[in-house]
Design a protein around this ligand. Structure first.
Ligand code: DAH
Length: 339
């Protein structure tokens, strides 16, 4: 009996079928009530009692094997391109959901475009940087708090390898390689060791601009800022420069724009002041020019840096920074172009 079962199993294993008709014929031959496998169950009566357990298990196993084999042949034929495939080729295709540009990309493009119209070209640098490009060349004192582990992600120490904390590092990268005139705009991602919340994130985006040439003055900086603010936020926008401090610029300033929510009257968004801060800027410190091999007696320059998230928040009132990196399509689809 066991030999018979094994023989039948080998036979079934070798079966092939060209179409559904053949598959059905094989099913009838082996698995129907009068089929060869079913016949084994009839013979089972004659098996001696002590063998019943093994033989019974073997027949059941053969039945499962035959069923799987025949179903497998049927499925193979169904998924091939034959007439029996069951596909309706005239059906309309399901909607393909189109993606949208990320709001930060849209705003980055807008910022870069404005500076492009003033003759600036894009420059990029690495996100994994060394101490020289992020701090030392930019006139940071050795004990400056930004060099602290609390603010900066260190990949290795001595020599220090860090994730850049600002795009100002690209200034150095370009000035080291190129003599003035230099007019660059540097968008990119930066990292800081901050706890993630609605108002802070451990990575965000900045745009840096640098202009170095003969006789570049603070008036050039101010005019560039005014042009940028009006292109970005509308022709009625006012700007205000407040004295500030950055190691790499002297003098340094922070720029506010008139609050476009209240038109400068004062509201909760601008905390009653009528102004909102949008960027840092200043005249490139002569030490920075010299560190990069540019003669500070012959050349001067201005630099400015802004956070793309900040500008995006001002334009679109996004209340929680985390939304920019959560990839929630309900949020992203709000920035779909309206056509
Ligand atoms: N690097 C500064 C920051 O990360 C931003 C900045 C301020 C860039 C003033 C500049 C500048 O080029 O002149 O906060």
């Amino acid at each position: 009996m066991i030999d018979k079962i094994n023989g039948l199993r080998a036979e079934i294993d070798g079966l092939t079928a060209k179409d559904m008709g053949e598959v059905e014929a094989l099913r009838i031959k082996y698995l129907s009530k009068k089929g060869l496998v079913s016949a084994l169950f009839a013979d089972f009566r004659n098996v001696p009692a002590e063998d019943k357990k093994t033989v019974g298990a073997a027949i059941n196993e053969l039945k499962e094997f035959a069923t799987a084999k025949i179903n497998g042949m049927r499925e193979a034929l169904e998924s091939s391109d034959g007439d029996d495939s069951g596909l309706d080729l005239t059906r309309t295709a399901p909607d393909v959901r189109l993606g949208t540009r990320h709001p930060l990309s849209l705003v980055r493009e807008e910022i870069v475009d404005i500076f492009r119209r003033l003759g600036f070209t894009i420059a990029e640098g690495p996100e994994i940087e060394d101490d020289w490009h992020v701090f030392s060349s930019l006139n940071f004192a050795l004990d400056h708090p930004a060099r602290d582990m609390q603010d900066t992600f260190f990949i290795r120490r001595q020599p220090d390898v860090v994730l850049r904390t600002h795009t100002s590092s690209v200034q150095t990268r370009v000035m080291e390689k190129q003599q003035p005139p230099i007019r660059i705009i540097c968008p990119g991602r930066v990292y800081r060791n901050e706890a993630i919340s609605a108002r802070a994130h451990c990575f965000f985006h900045q745009v840096e601009a640098l202009y170095v040439d003969k006789n570049v003055s603070f008036a050039d900086l101010r005019q560039t800022l005014l042009y940028f603010a009006r292109e970005m936020f509308g022709p009625d926008t006012q700007i205000r420069l407040r004295p500030s401090y950055f190691p790499f610029t002297e003098p340094s300033a922070e720029m506010d724009i008139s609050c476009d929510l209240c038109g400068g009257k004062g509201c909760s968004f601008c905390k009653g002041t009528g102004w909102v801060e949008i960027l840092g800027c200043g005249m490139v410190d002569p030490n920075v020019l010299e560190a990069c091999g540019i003669d500070s007696k012959e050349y001067s320059g201005f630099a400015l840096g802004m956070g793309i998230e900040r500008i995006t928040n001002l334009k679109y009132r996004v209340k929680d920074l985390r939304m920019f990196s959560e990839n929630d399509t309900r949020f992203l689809e709000e920035f779909k172009p309206a056509h």
